[in-house]
Every structure is written in structure tokens, then in C-alpha cells.
Design a protein around this ligand. Structure first.
Ligand code: IMP
Ligand code: MG
Length: 201
């Protein structure tokens, strides 16, 4: 287990539960405030801009639907030239140990010879990102990197995680692109959903 100081050095921030007024009644607590998100997204964008300042174009792949808000905020802070494209994936269910994932919508352009950055909302088991990473790696990009807003950290991911916003506890979170049954996506913060909301169906 890496120390908090080590994570801070790496740019990771561990966030405790923060009380916030006027939260949605279905939420247990706010984990990451809008201000913390905006600050961290700006830091990640600055880091990405520095890391890729030599290249002519960064090919950004956003994973629908969850990453669309992060993608919108992140890309508008980038100073490196970039294009944006999207993929949509669906997993066959959280309980499948195989981690089978299906491509619902693919990229419009080949990524061969491109500098590719995958932008995803959340890592839970890691199946989705791992699958996508290997698919895109097989298409022979010049480079392939990953950027994720939050990680419910536990498992070995087995692929590089280059830019991570926050580590969070293993609870169901919504907001800032993250949903439960397509709800709560546009809340400006990341919050824990009350257990009775997601255990009732
Ligand atoms: P993984 O394949 O287990 O890492 O799960 C990744 C996908 O599951 C994400 O792209 C989300 O769509 C979804 N997911 C996992 N945990 C959460 C959560 O707490 N809130 C919202 N979506 C989640
Ligand atoms: Mg997702």
C-alpha cells in the first residue's frame, strides 16, 4: 500500500466525506466537491499538455456515456492540439469474471500512428478499461495513455493508469458524468448514492 504522501506526490488525492448543503436527497454524502473536481481536472490537463507538448496532435478517445463531462472540461483546458472521438462499450455485467465487454460504437478514424489518450469516468474492477486498452493497442497507435477521473482502488489494473483524478472508497458514486440507471449524471459533484436507492431494484 502506497502512503498518502506518495500518492500526493504522484498527484493523487484521497478525499474523505465532505458535508455539503443542498445535496440531492438520494445521496449519502458528497465525496468530491465541484471545486475539487475543477482544480484536479485543470491539474491533469496541465500535466497532459506538458507531457505531449512535442506532438502535432493528441487523439482523445472519450468513453460514452460517463466520460462526456470530464472530456468537455479537460479538453477545454488543454494547450496541446487535439481531436476528440468517442467509443461506447457495454459490459455483460459486473459479476462476470471473464470481464467480457462489447463495443457498441467504434471510432470514426483508425488510430494507427496516432498518439491516443483514453478518457474514462471510473475504474471499478478494471475490466472495461483493460479490454479497451488491449483493443486499441492492437490497432498500433504510436502511443497509448489513459486518463480516469476516479478509481475505486483495490485490484491490480495490469495496464498503465497515466492520469488519475481521485481515489475513492468502494461505494456506488454518481455525478459529474457518473450515473445510476442513467440518472444523476449532471450533478456538479461526485457523491455516494444511498444504498436503499440502488438495492431496491
Ligand atoms: P469496471 O469495468 O468494473 O472497471 O467498471 C467500469 C464501468 O462500470 C464504468 O465505466 C461505469 O460505467 C460503471 N461503474 C462502475 N462503478 C460505478 C459507480 O460507482 N458509479 C457509476 N458507474 C460505475
Ligand atoms: Mg463508463
Amino acid at each position: 500500500m502506497k502512503s498518502a504522501a506518495h500518492r500526493a506526490h504522484q498527484g493523487y488525492i484521497l478525499v474523505g466525506g465532505l458535508p455539503l448543503n443542498n445535496v440531492h436527497p438520494d445521496l449519502a454524502r458528497v465525496l468530491i466537491t465541484p471545486e475539487q473536481i475543477q482544480q484536479r481536472v485543470k491539474e491533469m490537463a496541465d500535466q497532459i499538455s506538458r507531457d505531449f507538448n512535442q506532438i502535432s496532435r493528441l487523439y482523445i478517445v472519450g468513453i460514452l456515456k460517463g466520460a462526456f463531462i470530464l472530456l468537455a472540461d479537460l479538453t477545454r483546458e488543454l494547450s496541446v492540439p487535439h481531436t476528440v472521438d468517442f467509443m461506447a462499450l457495454s459490459s455483460y455485467g459486473k459479476t462476470t469474471e471473464s470481464g467480457a465487454v462489447r463495443i457498441l460504437m467504434d471510432l470514426r478514424e483508425p488510430v494507427e500512428g496516432q498518439h491516443v489518450l483514453i478518457v474514462e469516468d471510473i475504474i471499478d474492477t478494471g475490466h472495461t478499461l483493460r479490454y479497451l486498452y488491449h483493443i486499441l493497442k492492437g490497432r498500433q497507435p504510436t502511443s497509448l495513455h489513459t486518463c480516469v477521473l476516479v478509481r475505486k482502488t483495490r485490484q491490480n489494473l495490469e495496464i498503465p493508469l497515466d492520469y488519475l483524478g481521485f481515489e475513492i472508497p468502494d461505494v456506488w458514486v454518481v455525478g459529474y458524468g457518473l450515473d445510476y440507471a442513467d440518472r444523476y449524471r449532471t450533478l456538479p459533484y461526485v457523491a455516494e448514492l444511498k444504498k436503499e436507492i440502488y438495492s431496491q431494484d
